[in-house]
Design a protein around this ligand. Structure first.
Ligand code: GDP
Ligand code: MN
Length: 434
């Protein structure tokens, strides 16, 4: 769960990480009058994406009138597709230098990783590319709950050697870095990133976290009641973390089923013309993983490795008809798949619901002239007789929308063979245009 900057800064302050003075949040220009403002102040757009500065989402105001004008401007803004509904107001600080600092977990080894650079404030990926030496990185094995003293010294010295003026603030810098690490550990965070951690001209408070990216681990939220309480988050609610999802993933999330795009940046992906891209609607998660493997396996064996599965999906146990329909709609609205391969292995879930959902999706799309692609698959298991009946009846009633629907009913063919038939059909359609 990704936190908004104002929430993250509440946690920072709680864990002893200094920030610019927080003046409050507003959702309307009139609300500015309710805050005890001081000037100059910063107005910051609260959206769960980075790069707000470049997008015009960070502004400075020298008096109330200016704050009103800028708040009005910001509240009308949309940043990377997300409308700005809340603004954070905080004290503007005099920045002498910008540090990048983050703590995260290495996804392969689960070791903690501390990353820092004196070339902060800007896009850190760019720094990593152009000046790799400007980045200091340390793995912390054995999951220490506190930052070891020698590491704190090492990172402080590194930064002090890179930025003039930092030598006078070494003690505060060291304390802040240790506090950031401890905060990461105590909150079960996945990522704590401060870009920039700033050096100010204020000798009383020379080191402040001017920005805050904070991602909590969803799997640990159950034991983070105090953290959620501190930010006023309703523990029954769950935040939809849009920042790291593709448009298709967030659509699936809203419809309550797990879905993962397997190709990076699917909406701008350049397909290779000779390859067949396959969308998958399996039953459960296990079948979902199997389907990905088997499509690749059959593709490698019989089709020269020219088959690309595009997604993982899971219907969840006992999905309602409308959810099954939505699973097919999602893939047919998706720009990548040339066809859908589906497998309903009815256990908890019923074949009857599955086929009704599938038929409904195809009929709806046909009636409204939406994109349709071949669907090929198999269904076996629970409620197969009534599913077969419903399927036969539907084909007689409305043959046109179902003309490119090919479902093996029953287990006379193993799934590997069904997939092979499906891919052969998919390539044929691709070459002959049906
Ligand atoms: P981001 O663009 O979404 O990462 O938003 P940030 O909170 O990092 O703000 C972008 C930039 O605005 C920072 O890198 C700073 O250079 C600048 N900035 C933010 N707060 C202040 C402030 O209090 N004073 C000054 N002078 N600049 C600020
Ligand atoms: Mn930033």
């Amino acid at each position: 769960m990704r936190l908004y900057e104002h929430e993250a800064k509440l946690l920072y302050n709680h864990h002893g990480i200094p920030t610019p003075r927080q003046l409050g949040t507003v959702q309307a220009v009139e609300d500015l009058d309710k805050l005890d403002l001081s000037f100059p102040c910063m107005l910051k757009a609260m959206v769960l994406v980075g790069g707000r500065g470049k997008a015009g989402g960070i502004k400075k105001a020298n008096d109330l009138e200016e704050a009103r004008a800028k708040a009005k401007e910001l509240l009308g803004l949309t940043i990377k597709g997300y409308p700005v509904e809340t603004l954070l107001l905080e004290e503007a600080v005099d920045i002498q230098g910008e540090i990048y600092l983050s703590v995260t977990t290495d996804p392969a080894t689960f070791d903690m990783v501390l990353v820092t650079s004196a070339s902060g404030g800007v896009d850190i990926e760019e720094v990593a590319r152009t000046q790799p030496d400007a980045i200091w990185k340390k793995k912390l094995v054995d999951n220490p709950k506190e930052l070891p003293g020698d590491v704190a010294d090492e990172v402080t010295e590194f930064l002090a050697s890179q930025m003039s003026g930092l030598a006078q603030a070494k003690a505060q810098l060291r304390d802040t870095i240790s506090a950031i690490y401890a905060c990461f550990q105590k909150t079960d965070a996945k990522l704590v990133e401060i870009n920039p951690l700033v050096l100010t001209s204020d000798t009383e408070r020379p080191i402040l976290a001017a920005d805050a990216k904070f991602i909590l681990d969803d799997n640990a939220l159950y034991r983070q009641a105090e953290t959620l309480d501190l930010i006023g988050f309703d523990t029954k609610g769950k935040r939809h973390d849009v920042s790291e999802q593709t448009t298709h993933e967030s659509r699936a999330y809203k419809n309550s089923f797990p879905y993962v795009d397997l190709l990076d940046n699917p909406d701008a992906f350049e397909k290779e013309p000779e390859k067949l891209y396959v969308g998958l609607v399996p039953g459960g998660a296990g079948y979902g993983i199997f389907s990905i493997d088997e499509v690749v396996n059959v593709g490698d064996r019989y089709f020269g490795g020219k088959v690309v599965p595009i997604n993982f999906m899971d219907s969840g146990g006992g999905p309602p008809v409308h959810r099954v329909a939505e699973m097919f709609h999602l893939l047919m609205d998706h720009p990548l798949p040339d066809m859908v391969v589906t497998s309903r292995f009815g256990g908890i879930s019923s074949c009857d619901v599955f086929i009704r959902g599938l038929i409904q999706a195809l009929r709806d799309r046909h009636a409204t002239g939406q994109r349709m692609i071949p669907v090929y698959g198999r269904m076996v298991g629970t409620d197969l007789p009534s599913a077969r009946e419903a399927f036969e009846k539907a084909k007689q009633e409305t043959p046109e929308p179902l003309k490119d629907l090919h479902i093996v009913v029953g287990n006379q063919k193993i799934m590997a063979d069904v997939i092979r038939d499906a891919l052969e059909y998919g390539f044929k359609v691709k070459e002959n245009g049906a």
